[in-house]
Design a protein around this ligand. Structure first.
Ligand SMILES: Cc1cc2nc3c(=O)[nH]c(=O)nc-3n(C[C@H](O)[C@H](O)[C@H](O)COP(=O)(O)O)c2cc1C
Length: 299
């Protein structure tokens, strides 16, 4: 984006700092040295959806001397005055890549600019309204996908052991489902090696991943125990009933399997927690950070 700034202005510095913190590239235009023409001002006003008097700094000495506060609302006259005296132009003005512009003076305006710029640079298709008549009997899978698209939630690695075999995979479909008594629900795809081991297991361990543990997410989400010994590639120790406990994860909960229910292509394992280990309560790896991984077993 381009930002029209006055380097002596604290609002401009604050805006540049906020944009930089968001990783947004800004081309700075020092509009006092490189004054905009009347045509440029006209264009920017259209992008801002404002009138010239809306972006005039009426308290500047020049504006007071010209008596602008009492001027009639004559667009051309105001634009000519701004072009001749750029010190009168309110700042910073942020020209976004989507063709709109924002006066970046408040935190809220900056938030609007940041989110517009991010959605632009993500190169995601622009949002389009979707709806399905609620009187219909059921949704198609693609319509359900439209609803879940873009939602975010924490990712976990679930491990288990039975009949001398250990297994584990990356899961998103996992949640606390009761406070008292404490209960967790873990949903495993019936295609996964982990499901086949969990089917006969008494216990599961559910590990939270830190935001920097993408490597573990890849190991447990992109490879299958059918082909790879995941536990030869990470550090772990045996827990209750030989369930592998991943040493590097910031927190985990271990639970006894109370019931198994088929929900469709996933089976829900209801857990009664029996133990926890919490080494950090910091942020966790989320689905949106790993949604492009190629699952070892497509669901
Ligand atoms: C972003 C992401 C989310 C996933 N969520 C789940 C899930 O909720 N439940 C599940 O059983 N598998 C899920 N998977 C798939 C398994 O982690 C993956 O197929 C894994 O390779 C299976 O390993 P396994 O065959 O050793 O069990 C997910 C994979 C990815 C990449």
């Amino acid at each position: 984006m381009q930002a029209w700034i006055n380097p002596a202005c604290s609002k401009c510095s604050a805006a540049l700092e906020a944009l930089d913190a968001e990783g947004i590239e800004v081309e700075q235009r020092r509009y006092l040295e490189q004054a905009p023409t009347a045509a440029e001002l006209n264009d920017v006003l259209q992008r801002l959806r404002l009138e010239p008097w809306d972006i005039t700094r009426l308290t500047e000495q020049t504006a007071v001397e010209l008596g602008m506060a009492r001027w009639p609302r004559d667009r051309n006259r105001w634009i000519a005055a701004l072009a001749e005296h750029p010190i009168l132009i309110q700042r910073p003005i942020l020209l976004l890549d989507d063709g709109t512009a924002v006066l970046g003076r408040t935190e809220q305006d900056l938030r609007i600019a940041v989110s517009a710029q991010h959605s632009r640079s993500d190169a995601r298709p622009r949002f389009r309204h979707k709806s399905v008549d609620p009187t219909r009997e059921h949704l198609h899978t693609s319509e359900f996908d439209d609803f879940v698209d873009g939602l975010d939630y924490p990712m976990f690695i679930v491990t288990t052991a039975s009949d001398g075999q250990q297994a584990g995979c990356l899961v998103g479909f996992t949640s606390q489902v009761s406070i008292d008594p404490p209960r967790m629900l873990v949903c495993l795809s019936v295609r996964n090696h982990t499901y086949r081991v969990a089917k006969h297991a008494d216990m599961l361990a559910v590990h939270v991943l830190g935001p920097d543990q993408r490597d573990l997410a890849e190991l447990f989400g992109e490879t299958s125990g059918d082909d790879v010994d995941k536990f030869a590639r990470c550090s772990w120790r045996p827990g209750p009933r030989n369930v592998p406990l991943l040493e590097d994860c910031p927190r985990r909960i271990v639970g006894r399997v109370l019931s198994r229910d088929s929900f469709g292509d996933h089976v829900g394992f209801l857990l009664e927690p029996t133990g926890i280990e919490v080494n950090s309560t910091g942020a966790s790896l989320s689905y949106q950070q790993v949604d492009e991984l190629q699952a070892g077993h497509p669901a």
